[in-house]
Write a protein that binds this ligand. Sequence first.
Ligand SMILES: NC(=O)c1ccc[n+]([C@@H]2O[C@H](COP(=O)([O-])OP(=O)(O)OC[C@H]3O[C@@H](n4cnc5c(N)ncnc54)[C@H](O)[C@@H]3O)[C@@H](O)[C@H]2O)c1
Length: 254
Amino acid sequence: MDVQGVGVVVTGGGNGIGRAIARRFAAQGARVVVNDLDVAAAEAVAEQIGGLAIGGDAAGEVGVDKLIAAAKDHLGAIDVYCANAGVAVGAGPETPEAEWQFAWDVNVMAHVRAARVLVPAWLARGGGRFVVTASAAGLLTMLGSAPYSVTKHAAVAHAEWLSATYRHRGIDVHCICPQGVRTAMLDGSGGAGDAILLPTAIEPEDVADALFDGMAEGHFLILPHPEVHTYYQHRAGDTDRWLGGMNKIQQRLE
Ligand SMILES: NC(=O)c1ccc[n+]([C@@H]2O[C@H](COP(=O)([O-])OP(=O)(O)OC[C@H]3O[C@@H](n4cnc5c(N)ncnc54)[C@H](O)[C@@H]3O)[C@@H](O)[C@H]2O)c1
């Protein structure tokens, strides 16, 4: 897919999957704004790829508005917005309110707030591309973390809603749903992550490759682990059986 000269913003682009996506866009000639809370990481990536670092929060309303305004000033227009920043927190229902809210803000409301600013401009000019890094946890579940599973489902639902509503008006939406990817987040995911995700973990660059393949083919769902498609079908086709299988894994983890 030709991305020569297009203006791209990648949130959480200082590390992991976001860094790989930022590098890939830049390698193919895009002009890239690298955002991250970790300002030094954003600057390091921006320097490597000849992009611009805009450090700071990409989740709260103020942070999102500031990022998009600064990125527009630099790029002229934002053609592609990669809502990639995410957090994996909490465990079960005992997870404190503040942690649920944090997951909700970063994993869901960040996307809503970005779309609120970007969509009117994209409708006015006839197009734009919104790329969401959700997770296979948003199609299936993530044993060990209810806040992650629930908010990633919401991220998928929001991306689906945008695609269903605006695709005839030139807005392309892609929703990346990987299982394990070798990043700091996976390193910190504890017992469930180690047992379930690590054995089939892929590299962040594999996710960027899958995104570019999916953009070229015009797919909404980007599944860097193709087996997720089968699991998703199982979940929809026989939910009780699928839940029984997930519970067996849970019992093994215990
Ligand atoms: N690693 C995996 O196994 C995996 C699997 C599926 C989905 N994902 C998703 O991929 C995305 C990227 O995760 P990763 O694995 O690369 O993790 P990572 O921890 O390596 O990178 C995430 C980056 O996001 C930044 N960030 C966090 N909150 C931010 C905010 N409010 N504003 C700006 N930047 C912020 C962090 O500073 C960090 O640099 C996340 O949405 C995550 O949920 C990861």
